[in-house]
Design a protein around this ligand. Structure first.
Ligand code: SF4
Length: 195
């Protein structure tokens, strides 16, 4: 695979989705796939048998061997913006099967999970300012964690952003701080036991 798309994927794996998201914007419009290297190729090449979301990627690669070279070489020479868009579309649609952005379905599983579980920073910041935003569980937890650890935040605004009562927000913050303290204690005990 090209180093460029590989570095975008690696950043996403580390939790930094911005480079991949921004690169995908370079292949705008609904006709982006016309510039893809797989355009007019046999679609079966990109859905190798034995590969799937629950398969072990190393076993798939060992089993399929050289037959993967052709699709992966095509992906390698795909324009980076198109490969990034290809991968982003698969993540947004939660496509489980097929090679996308040069990654086998089995290689994409962890990235799909990370995409679903990522924190939406914009939504979190909006909620902290008191604006209602679509928040998933991960986002809500991030808002509570920020509120519990940042005394400068306005409780009334954050409660409004989360859509909860002021008292309940304070309770959530106390619960968060307690769980953090308990984790720290457990960690210190584990360290003390190990020495
Ligand atoms: S990266 Fe996506 S669009 Fe490009 S060749 Fe591979 S499967 Fe096709």
């Amino acid at each position: 695979m090209s180093t460029d798309i590989l570095s975008l994927i690696e950043a996403a794996r580390q939790g930094n989705w911005l480079p991949l998201v921004e690169a995908a914007k370079g292949a705008p419009g609904k006709h982006w796939a016309e510039s893809a290297r797989c355009a007019n190729q046999d679609v079966n090449l990109f859905v190798p048998s034995g590969d799937g979301p629950r398969a072990d990627p190393d076993s798939v690669k060992n089993k399929l061997g050289l037959s993967l070279n052709r699709p992966r070489n095509l992906c390698s020479s795909c324009p980076v913006a198109v490969a990034a868009r290809c991968l982003m579309e698969s993540l947004k649609d939660d496509d489980e099967f097929g090679i996308r952005g040069g990654l086998l379905a089995s290689e994409r599983s962890a990235l799909r999970r990370a995409w679903q579980e990522r924190v939406n920073d914009n939504a979190v910041e909006s909620a902290l300012r008191g604006c209602t935003a679509a928040l998933n569980k991960v986002d809500r937890d991030a808002v509570i964690a920020r509120f519990a650890t940042d005394p400068s935040l306005d409780a009334t605004a954050v409660a409004r952003g989360l859509g909860v009562r002021h008292e309940y927000l304070l309770k959530l913050a106390r619960r968060y701080r307690k769980s953090q303290a308990s984790q720290r204690t457990n960690h210190l005990r584990a360290v003390a036991d190990a020495v």
